[in-house]
Design a protein around this ligand. Structure first.
Ligand SMILES: C[S@@+](CC[C@H](N)C(=O)[O-])C[C@H]1O[C@@H](n2cnc3c(N)ncnc32)[C@H](O)[C@@H]1O
Length: 230
């Protein structure tokens, strides 16, 4: 909730030393998903030379961090064209960094599942695929369906990850537990005939303290993707 009047709803701020803008009135949530800050910083450290697919990119927090970490390409996918335009502006705000200037940018506006299937049909491959969807389960009764959707997203993402590449998948559904989320990902890996090596299991940043069970809503898995027989 915003109390009072704002001369300018677009606020500029820094995350991990990178510049961002957020529309605090019209944007999703606060205008920027601050809860993913630590996960983005982790991605930045492993992005050198990578082709990164940022699915559900929103305002591009993961893409900007990947570019700052030396990614050679970021491909953002989101159903919202205004979000993709904001993501592109956020990249532009960081062009003073030579690695961001060198990073190629691509955008596809559309439904994440359809876009990923299309990229697979076009034989595209990426070194890192980030999948950060909106919440899928607002009630306990929705959990089984949400887990199936997480599994389907994993299957689609795994077709796009180069062997030896990295899958980063998160869930912000409060009602989905970390263990069941992880098992949905593992089940999808088995069905896809790949082996996952978990690199990290993370949550929201330290500025999102968990004072009650439902406060622990964000779960993320970083996993290397390998062919089954290796
Ligand atoms: C949790 S936010 C992603 C946050 C983002 N990864 C970040 O770091 O700021 C979810 C995003 O999913 C997008 N979205 C919702 N449904 C979608 C769909 N079916 N296909 C693609 N994007 C979708 C929303 O527009 C929103 O930007």
């Amino acid at each position: 909730m915003v109390l009072g009047a704002l001369d300018r709803p677009v606020v500029r701020f820094s995350e991990g030393g990178l510049a961002f803008e957020a529309d605090v009135c019209k944007g999703h949530k606060t205008g920027h998903f601050l809860d993913q800050r630590d996960n983005r910083a982790r991605l930045r450290k492993v992005s050198t030379g990578a082709r990164v697919l940022d699915v559900y990119a929103c305002t591009g927090g993961f893409s900007v961090n990947a570019a700052a970490g030396g990614a050679k390409l970021v491909h953002r996918v989101d159903v919202s064209s205004p979000a993709l335009a904001a993501a592109s502006r956020n990249m532009a705000l960081n062009r003073s960094l030579p690695q961001v200037r060198r990073c190629r940018e691509e955008d596809t506006a559309g439904d994440a599942m359809a876009v990923m299937a299309g990229l697979t049909r076009s034989r595209r491959r990426f070194d890192i695929v980030v999948v950060d969807p909106p919440a899928f389960a607002s009630r306990r009764a929705h959990v089984p369906r949400a887990l199936r959707s997480y599994g389907s997203l994993t299957e689609l993402a795994l077709q796009l990850v180069e062997p030896g590449g990295l899958l980063v998948q998160s869930s912000c559904s409060t009602r989905v537990g970390a263990d069941e989320f992880e098992s949905a990902i593992r089940g999808a890996a088995e069905r896809s005939g790949v082996r996952l090596t978990e690199v990290a299991r993370t949550a929201h940043g330290v500025d999102h303290p968990v004072g009650f069970a439902q406060g622990a809503y964000l779960k993320a898995v970083f996993a290397k993707v390998w062919p089954l027989h290796r």
